[in-house]
Ligand binder design. Structure first.
Ligand code: NAG
Ligand code: NAG
Ligand code: NAG
Ligand code: NAG
Length: 306
C-alpha cells in the first residue's frame, strides 16, 4: 500500500469520525460511516431471527440470553416456545445461538441501535399466510403449533436476510466489512438450506388441517414476497416449472437462485417492503409495527432524518 493511499484513507477516516452522528452508537474504530449503516441495517433481520428462533426453540428470548444487545429496545410481542419435535428443536436452538453470535459480531465491530418492536404473535404470522394464500385460513395459521408450521414460518424471513447480505457486500467499501458480511452470509445461507431441505422432505404433504401442501405454501410465500418487493422474480418455492429450475432441467428447487444458479439479491428498500407487509418502505407494519431502526430504515420513515 503506497503512502499516498494511506494518507487519503487516514484523512477520510478522520473526516468520517469527526462528522459521525453518534446516534447509531460508537463503532469503536475508524470505519467509513456508510459501511456501518449498511451493516447495522442487517440487525433489523438478525434481531428478528434471534427472537423467533430463541423463543421458539427454548422459550427464552434475547432478554434471557444476551440482554445487552437489545440496548433497551422493547421485547417482541407474542413470541413463544413452539411445539417442536426434538430434532427440529435442536436445530433451531443452534440457529438461536448463531443469531446471538451474529448480533455480537455486528454490534462489537459496527455499533448498534435499540432492538425495534417486533410483532411475532400467531396473528401476525396468520396475516402473512392469509395474504400468501389469498383467503382466510381456518383455523388461523399458528407458527408455534407444530414443527411443520414453525418451519414454514421460518421460511418467511431468513431468506430475506440472505438475499439482503448478497446485495450488501458489493456496496461495502472496506474489506473488513466485506469479510464480516460474507461470513454472516455463509451461515444464513446454511440456515436457509437446512430449513428448505427439511421442508423438501415433506414437500407433498398437506399441512394439517389445511388443504395446502408444504410445497404450495412455500410457492405462495415466495410469490407474496415477490409481489411486496415489486422487483420481479427473486424468490422461488421448493418446486418450480422446469424453465426456472437449475439449467432448466429440474423442477425441484431446494435452493432458490437465478438462471445461473447464482443467488438473487435484494436492497434494503425491497426488504422493508416485505417485512412491513405493506409493499412500501415508508409504511411500517407487519412484523415491525413501528418500523425498523438504524439510519437506513428510519430514513424512509422520518423524512427529516437522512
Ligand atoms: C425428546 O427429548 C426429551 C428430552 O431430552 C426426551 O425425554 C424424549 O425421550 C425425546 N423424545 C424422542 C422421541 O426422542
Ligand atoms: C395465539 O397465541 C395466544 C397466546 O399468545 C393464545 O392465547 C391464542 O390461543 C393463540 N391463537 C391461536 C389461533 O393459536
Ligand atoms: C384441495 O385442493 C385441491 C387442489 O389443490 C382440490 O382439487 C380439492 O378439491 C381441494 N379439496 C378440498 C376439500 O377443498
Ligand atoms: C409509500 O408510502 C408513502 C408514505 O405513506 C407515500 O407517500 C408513497 O406514495 C407510497 N409509495 C407507493 C409506491 O405507494
Amino acid at each position: 500500500m503506497s503512502n499516498n493511499y494511506s494518507f487519503w484513507v487516514a484523512l477520510f477516516c478522520l473526516v468520517v469520525l469527526v462528522s459521525k452522528d453518534v446516534e447509531g452508537g460508537d463503532p469503536g474504530g475508524p470505519i467509513p460511516a456508510k459501511d456501518a449503516d449498511k451493516i447495522q441495517f442487517a440487525l433489523n433481520l438478525e434481531f428478528f431471527e434471534a427472537e423467533f428462533f430463541c423463543n421458539g426453540a427454548t422459550g427464552r428470548g434475547l432478554d434471557g440470553i444476551a440482554p445487552g444487545f437489545a440496548k433497551g429496545g422493547p421485547p417482541p410481542i407474542g413470541a413463544q416456545r413452539a411445539n417442536l419435535d426434538n430434532l427440529t428443536r435442536q436445530i433451531f436452538e443452534e440457529f438461536c445461538y448463531q443469531e446471538v453470535g451474529h448480533l455480537r459480531a455486528i454490534i462489537t465491530a459496527y455499533g448498534g441501535f435499540p432492538r425495534p418492536l417486533y410483532d411475532l404473535s400467531n396473528q401476525s404470522f396468520a396475516t402473512v399466510f392469509d395474504k400468501a394464500v389469498g383467503y382466510k385460513l381456518i383455523p388461523p395459521f399458528d407458527p408455534y403449533a407444530s414443527s411443520v408450521q414453525y418451519l414454514l414460518a421460518s421460511y418467511v424471513i431468513p431468506y430475506v436476510g440472505l438475499v439482503g447480505y448478497v446485495g450488501t457486500i458489493p456496496e461495502l467499501a472496506d474489506s473488513n466489512a466485506r469479510r464480516l458480511v460474507s461470513g454472516l452470509l455463509a451461515v444464513e445461507a446454511g440456515q436457509d438450506a437446512v430449513i428448505r431441505s427439511l421442508l423438501y422432505e415433506i414437500a407433498d404433504k398437506k399441512v394439517e388441517p389445511y388443504n395446502v401442501t408444504v410445497a404450495e405454501f412455500t410457492d405462495l410465500i415466495s410469490g407474496l414476497r415477490n409481489k411486496l418487493a415489486a422487483t420481479g422474480n427473486k424468490d422461488e418455492g421448493l418446486t418450480v416449472p422446469k424453465e426456472l429450475g437449475a439449467e432448466k432441467k429440474i423442477e425441484s428447487n431446494i435452493l432458490s437462485a437465478d438462471a445461473n444458479s447464482v443467488s438473487y439479491s435484494r436492497t434494503p428498500m425491497e426488504i422493508l417492503r416485505v417485512v412491513y407487509g405493506s409493499g412500501n418502505e415508508s409504511q411500517a407494519g407487519g412484523f415491525l409495527p413501528r418500523g425498523g431502526n438504524g439510519r437506513i430504515a428510519r430514513s424512509f420513515l422520518d423524512k427529516n432524518i437522512n
